[in-house]
Design a binder for this molecule. Structure first.
Ligand code: ABU
Length: 465
């Protein structure tokens, strides 16, 4: 191989591979399934003492890229992200070239203002105070984690120095994201000190049950410190009633976090903002631009209504790092990581290019797609619908096909990628309309492929008894 460190040549190679990949994504929207046991047989991933021969290196790299699941294709409905907006990709590629860390103004310069502008705009839209602040954690789980830590430290600031006694309790709905449980462990609370509050028939936290549980915990001498409301639960995309929950949180002086990782981007739509009604009364809020806005993974925004609380929990002295400027510009003083990737630029490039109206159109189009999918199901007697309106998740079963087996076989036979979920003892296929590049025809095509596959492979797919 000639000089292996040649950025211009490698950018040319990048363009070649990206071209191939984009064409392949259209020609074969689902990558050929490779059984994990065959990975090392099908792909040369082995590492050696000597450099690769250049042609072999390129061939192997291309093959690896084309064999990887295609999360931006029109047939990827498996996770709560999908599709790509070219402006988001442009911003992310530029962030890679810049390779700043967001810790200090000295390292990141104007990128600090890029991040702060997004945070300020989001705080203004959701009605937070002038003291609000925020950061870009590595994802929704980290946003939720940071909010729990801030809530803990706000309740008893001695914890920052002296550690934690186990008399605190947190509250979240029984169908909230699994990060709440993990975060309880990470922040010293313990998984056993999260109260999972039951939901109503629409998957929303039952606010009376929440209050009763808080009263009972207070009687036991425990200290309620954190309520997590979810705006877009992971499976059903149900939106908790933030307004009613915030009344409870105020009454008992408990931090209210809104996990809007999935559905929080409705903040950009006047039509759907009502799903966040009351968010201005929360203490912290997060949403993931990588989930519904086509920005590359990961782009999570956490905002805190009283910004000083964020700084109190996450600032630390480090004379080797903070050598110029104040905490207002040294964003490491409000983040979890030390070296922190620039995840704001890709979102800023998109937002700058298409405006808030462009973001609104993306979100509203995704709700239109969801409505279209629900209508298809409601008009077809072979389907049973399990989810509700004002949601980006369409949960259903088709005929008597067992949903877990159906999803697995669709995947293993390279037909399409979709997952399954549960609610109230029912298991179902979960179709998510989070790719704003998809059209109604793409949703029709999803059902068409699923029906054709079920017919052709009928005898091989398990049935619900
Ligand atoms: N961060 C939650 C995403 C998991 C899912 O797609 O179901």
């Amino acid at each position: 191989m000639q000089d292996p460190n040649n950025i211009r040549e490698d950018l040319d190679l990048f363009n070649q591979i990206a071209d191939l990949f984009l064409q392949d994504e259209l020609d074969s929207p689902v990558a050929n399934y490779i059984n994990p046991e065959n990975l090392l047989k099908d792909l040369d991933l082995s590492l050696h003492d000597n450099p690769s021969v250049e042609e072999e290196f390129k061939k192997n790299l291309k093959k690896l890229i084309l064999s990887t699941p295609k999360s931006s294709s029109k047939l990827f409905f498996n996770q709560l992200f999908g599709g790509r907006h070219s402006k988001g990709v442009l911003g992310d590629l530029l962030a890679v070239m810049l390779n700043n860390s967001m810790a200090t103004y000295k390292i990141a310069g104007p990128q600090v203002a890029v991040e702060k502008e997004i945070i300020k705009k989001v705080c203004d839209i959701i009605g937070y105070s002038n003291n609000a602040s925020g950061t870009f954690p590595t994802g929704g789980s980290m946003s939720n984690f940071m909010s729990m830590v801030i809530a803990r430290d706000t309740k008893k600031s001695q914890i920052i120095e002296k550690g934690f006694k186990h008399d605190f309790v947190a509250y979240s709905s029984e169908i909230s994201h699994y990060s709440i449980s993990k975060n309880a462990s990470f922040c010293g609370l313990g998984k056993g000190n999260v109260r999972y509050i039951q939901c109503n028939e629409f998957g929303q936290m039952d606010v009376d049950c929440l209050e009763n549980q808080i009263k009972s915990d207070l009687q036991e001498g425990l200290i309620p410190f954190y309520i997590n409301a979810t705006s877009g639960t992971t499976v059903l995309c149900a939106f908790d009633n933030i307004e009613d929950i915030s009344k409870v949180s105020k009454k008992y002086d408990i931090w209210l976090h809104v996990d809007g990782a999935f559905g929080g981007s409705v903040l950009f739509s006047n039509k759907y903002f009502h799903l966040l009604k009351g968010v201005e009364n929360s203490d912290s809020f997060c949403f993931n631009a990588h989930k519904t806005l086509g920005v590359p993974l990961s782009t999570s925004v956490l905002v805190v209504n009283e910004g000083s609380a964020l700084e109190k929990s996450f600032s630390n002295k480090a004379s080797y790092l903070y050598q110029t400027h104040d905490n207002n510009y040294n964003l490491g003083q409000t983040s979890f990581e030390c070296g922190r990737r620039n995840n704001a630029l890709k979102f800023w490039v998109l937002w700058k290019a298409i405006g808030t109206n462009g973001l609104k159109k993306m979100v509203e189009h995704e709700f239109d797609l969801a409505h279209h999918a629900r209508e298809y199901i409601n008009n077809n007697k072979d389907y049973t619908l399990y989810s509700f309106k004002d949601s980006l998740s369409i949960c259903f079963n088709y005929k008597n096909y067992e949903p877990m087996d159906l999803c697995k076989k669709l995947y293993e036979n390279n037909v399409l990628m979709v997952g399954h979920g549960n609610f109230n003892d029912k298991c179902f296929v979960r179709l998510v309309t989070i790719n704003s590049q998809n059209t109604k025809q793409d949703i029709d095509n999803f059902f068409c492929l699923l029906e054709k596959f079920s017919k052709d492979f009928d005898s091989q797919i398990k049935k619900i008894n």
